[in-house]
Design a protein around this ligand. Sequence first.
Ligand SMILES: Nc1ncnc2c1ncn2[C@@H]1O[C@H](COP(=O)(O)OP(=O)(O)O)[C@@H](O)[C@H]1O
Ligand SMILES: [Mg+2]
Length: 312
Amino acid sequence: MTATGTPLLEIRGVSKLFGSVIALQDITTSVGAAAVTCVLGDNGAGKSTLIKIFAGVHRHDAGEFLLQGEPVSFASPREALDAGIATVYQDLAVVKLMPVWRNFFLGSELRRGRGPLARLDTDAMRKIAKAELLAMGIDLRDIDQPIGTLSGGERQCVAIARAVYFGAKVLILDEPTAALGVKQAGVVLKYVIQARERGLGVVFITHNPHHAYPVGDRFMLLKRGRSLGDFAKGEITRDELTAMMAGGAELEALSHELEAGGGAAAAAAQELEAEVHELGIPAAAPAGDGAAAGGRHAVGPRGGSSAGDGRP
Ligand SMILES: Nc1ncnc2c1ncn2[C@@H]1O[C@H](COP(=O)(O)OP(=O)(O)O)[C@@H](O)[C@H]1O
Ligand SMILES: [Mg+2]
């Protein structure tokens, strides 16, 4: 939140259609300054579509999109960037053979002189890139090394440091930890926290509640374009978040399927059912009828959760 209590970025009842496909329906959430909003959901949930609206790639078809309380509708990614919204996509747009500092300044190169005589100010760019990465705790041996020689996690970190340097207010990360091992994911999560400490509002997309919960201040769950709920950290435990992500409906459908098989399959089905029960997964919309039900589908996380879920 800003000093006035207005979120940096807010959407209310936002929908997006691609022809007859409802990619998003009636989505509401907010991103505060110095806070991390996590958007969770399986493949096809609409996560990328949501951040593409934030990033100026798509325009929403319905609802409101507010930046610091003012309605916006970006005509291009450049407009979103100029408004302080920086997006780091999963398939990072880096030029692998170019040095780290060159990638840091890609598209925003520093120049000396004016007009046709302007030249790239390589010394300044080297120095700044090195200092900025160091300030984020990234100590590269050689700022001239090709960015392709960095690990996936390190590349994500360079992209985050770059967004911070160029003055982003909102930093959007599309599944930055998806392709990473545990250790590297941990490193990226550390920089998510750094960005928050620098006062940025961070939108962190992931399908992993174990990555989201430790760094998130707010959690929005998407399923087939609908919101399963939007919770502040104090309103949901990690177990509840995990249970909602596990998807009660899916597990139940799976157990019915197995049950029909009889024998060992039926035994497995009973185990699954017990697990659904134990996790306290609230009954979700029946699997398969997607957008048919209409209206916002809010499922509370409080549907009889298991005892002893450790609240922070
Ligand atoms: N440009 C597009 N044209 C048509 N359909 C799209 C487009 N982008 C996304 N979709 C559809 O919208 C839904 C949500 O996709 P997406 O936002 O990519 O989900 P996620 O990132 O959560 O995996 C999917 O059904 C997908 O096929
Ligand atoms: Mg995606």
